[in-house]
Design a protein around this ligand. Structure first.
Ligand code: NAP
Ligand code: HSE
Length: 438
């Protein structure tokens, strides 16, 4: 057994003993000496809250810790200094944190869904109670992006931020691209490896990435961008045909979260933000991020371009970020939750989605007849959309895929031209359209 630091240990109530909670228990055990040296005192788990006390677990319970299924046993224990909330979900986690704050505990959480949807109220409450609420593990797993935005980049204005923020989606897309795996097989593998959320629709429909993007927008811009206002599209239904065709143009398809400043007419900046699959050039660093890896690319006004890359999910990578927050609490570091002095964040000025601009990839399955190509390109031209590249594949039966890459245009012009094309009655199936990263 390791030597104790002699100073009063930081006593942790661990809520959740699944992928991340189990990883945290292992790390605390394996790194005890080093962590204690860094934190200035020992970090000890006293109680562990789970849903089912009879479940057989891979990780042994921490030494001397007691298992409970009663949240109050944990939140109301006067010896516990900090709640590590790793149960996930919104409602139970919210009441657990509320009660723990009422009982004077500090909070460490990896719960991006909760923080994106109800974080501001919790930050304010923690502030009122003079407690710390830390959440490094909530965004991009092992990548220390929360602390970076809160501390290291405070000398910069963030001009834009782009991220591959969901490990499960990136894993699925990578497996579909490199190994030709079927979407569902790749999803099952991601679940088995502990990457996916308890409800994997959060991953594949883009909501998990959206939760993280909302947190990053708060940290980078000090504004409240309501979760419900964010345009979100995931990778469900994405076909291997589009992955292959994008490859022929030199691109990979990635699910990204993006926010950038766009100058408005009155000289004020608006934010253009969203989560969507995009075509990324294979040569770009973002295009080369594969598997469960996440990446965040930031354009800083002073720093220029910065790129962070690392494991975005999994037990130990995520637990390492949780443990870093516990070390911060043990050291009594009280960085503001958003890195901005006021918790009453102003509302974001949001650029209407249709005014956003991009280059687009459009796959149109059409009836193979003379003049169809002219009609498709003509419909785009009428809306002011200019074609940059085009390929035509020999199709099956009387249908043929025409694939266009456009020059930069507005989302409205692209949508209007797709509507015009659909109205022409020449499509044999709905058009597929993705943004291309500029
Ligand atoms: P998980 O493997 O499903 O584990 C959840 C744990 O919480 C289980 O031990 C479960 O108990 C317990 N639990 C769930 N609901 C509970 C309730 N109402 N009362 C008491 N205990 C409850 O989840 P996870 O993957 O570790 O994720 C935990 C959190 O970390 C989530 O917020 C997630 O978004 C976040 N996160 C996960 C990852 C990752 O790679 N997995 C990465 C970053 C962030 P039983 O064991 O008895 O069922
Ligand atoms: N399900 C999440 C992902 C876990 O796949 O990225 C990390 O937040």
């Amino acid at each position: 057994m390791k030597k104790s630091s002699g100073t009063k240990p930081l006593i942790v109530g661990l809520a959740g003993f699944g992928t991340v909670g189990g990883g945290l228990a292992r790390l605390i055990e394996e790194n005890a000496e080093l962590t204690s040296l860094r934190a200035g005192r020992d970090i000890v788990i006293k109680r562990v809250l789970v849903r089912d006390a009879r479940k057989v677990r891979q990780t042994p319970l921490p030494e001397n810790a007691e298992l409970t299924t009663d949240p109050a046993v944990l939140t109301d224990d006067p010896q516990i200094d900090v709640l590590a909330e790793l149960i996930g979900g919104v409602d139970h986690a919210r009441s657990l944190i509320d009660r723990a704050l009422d009982q004077g505990k500090h909070i460490v959480t990896a719960n991006k869904a909760l923080l994106a949807e109800e974080g501001l109220a919790l930050f304010k409450k923690a502030d009122r109670k003079k407690r710390v609420l830390r959440y490094e593990a909530a965004v991009a797993g092992a990548i220390p992006i929360v602390q970076t935005l809160k501390e290291s980049l405070t000398g910069n204005r963030v001009i834009s931020l782009l991220g591959i923020l969901n490990g499960t989606s990136n894993y699925i897309l990578s497996e579909m691209t490199s190994n030709g795996l079927d979407f569902n097989v790749a999803l099952r593998q991601a679940q088995k490896l502990g990457y996916a959320e308890a409800d994997p629709t959060l991953d594949i429909d883009g909501h998990d990435a959206a939760h993280k993007l909302i947190l990053l927008i708060r940290l980078a811009y000090g504004v409240n961008y309501p979760y419900t206002a964010l345009p979100v599209r995931g990778i469900r239904g994405l076909s291997t045909l589009d992955i292959r065709l994008a490859g022929e143009f030199g691109y990979r398809i990635k699910l990204i979260g993006q926010v950038r400043e766009v100058p408005g007419a009155n000289g004020r900046m608006s934010l253009e933000a969203g989560v969507f699959p995009v075509l990324v050039c294979k040569e770009f660093l973002l295009g080369r991020v594969s598997g469960v890896y996440n990446a965040v690319q930031i354009e800083g006004s002073a720093a220029g371009s910065l790129f962070f890359h690392g494991r975005g999910a999994g037990d130990l990578p995520t637990a390492g970020a949780v443990l870093s927050d516990l070390v911060g609490v043990a050291r009594d570091e009280r960085a503001d939750s958003t890195g901005f002095a006021r918790q009453d964040l102003p509302g974001a000025t949001i650029l209407p989605q249709e005014k956003g601009s991009s280059s687009f990839y459009a796959r149109l399955s059409v009836k193979d007849r003379p003049g169809v190509l002219r009609d498709m390109a003509g419909s785009m031209a009428v809306e002011g959309v200019s074609v940059a590249q085009m390929i035509q594949k020999s199709g099956e039966g009387s249908s043929v895929p025409l694939v266009f890459m456009t020059h930069e245009t507005t989302t409205r012009a692209m949508n209007d031209s797709l509507k015009r094309i659909a109205d022409s009655g020449l499509l044999t199936e709905p058009a597929v359209c993705y943004r291309v990263l500029l």
